[in-house]
Design a protein around this ligand. Sequence first.
Ligand SMILES: Cc1ncc(COP(=O)(O)O)c(C=O)c1O
Length: 397
Amino acid sequence: MNSEDIKEGEAKALCRTYARYPLAVSRGQGTKLITPEGRVYTDLLAGIAVCNLGHSHPELVEVICSQAAKLIHVSNLFYQEEQVSLARRLLGTSHLERVFFCNSGAEANEGAIKLARRYMREGRGQERFEIITLSGSFHGRTLATLTATGQDKIKTGFGPLPEGFITVPFADLAAMEAAISERTAAVLVEMIQGEGGVRPLPEDYARDLAALCAKRGVLLIVDEIQTGVGRTGKFWAHQHLGLTPDIVTVAKGLAGGLPMGAVMCSEEVSKGFPPGSHGTTFGGNALISAVADKVIEIIERDDLCGRAARMGDWLRERLEGLKARFPDRIVDVRVHGLMIGIELAQPGADVWKALLEQGFILNLTQDTVLRLLPPLVITQEELEAFVVALESILSAL
Ligand SMILES: Cc1ncc(COP(=O)(O)O)c(C=O)c1O
């Protein structure tokens, strides 16, 4: 099918949930995406922070083929070596001690919410069930996780929403202190709000929040679905501040493009998931676990966390230079490894479109923030070409 056939076919058959970019993609190779007509784009989005090793990484292709020929799926009724191997490797990146595998970010957060509530009841004998989240956050689109999400537009039309969720203003410790009560089970936060416009928690706030949770007997859940797996220059974003959350959720980059999520927790908190309490048919199947195991092996072997940090440092300097040159066009530059937000003074649809026309795929979030989440293998030359394109577009405005 050519691009027009694909667009016409979709218009008649798929639910209209997605506002698509005006582009069909039929092939991916490394940091490049290719349309059915053969136009090549530089991918600065990586499937929204998913394809951290780039597209069609030969070692991932190899493990997908060899594992598929051996065992794809058998259900969680059975023990599987691939899960054990992945669990060991994933926990090796973290202070946490146990993991539950699922299929997406929303499902990971849903699992974390269930885990926190049941841990409070069964592990501590306390009737604590409320989950506190921050304005501007994004935690998913299941009923519980959209209720947790601190953006009204995600909730429109889906009520009645589940009970037991409170959203407090972003980075306001007094508001958080006031919201925590004897009903609070957990506080759920992103270290850097992704969909919210690449907004980091201020460092003091994040440290104070962790201390407050510990003091008030509330679990700290960190949603690392977008920030995890090396994106910010360490394997986990909370590691930049030396925090030790009770629960961490991850998805996106975990299995290099195959759908996978995970809930990681301490030994103590894992009491909230006794046998039979939670489950999923596909979670951590042999194929996906083998691929995720390889993804983490490569990230560690090739020091892609260090690479993300170095690339980010270099890009920050270049973007700060652009900001100094165009102070009335660029309001802020937020670079955390390879999680990058360029906040424009005006809605950025035209800039985004011009960049696409010049061959760069990225994302526009919150109307004004150009968001880049490139594969961790992106080269300095590719980032430089992006900066040059952005510079020419801004000077022509
Ligand atoms: C921080 C965060 N949490 C949760 C989710 C939901 O993940 P998924 O789309 O895999 O359900 C996302 C997705 O963008 C996210 O960025």
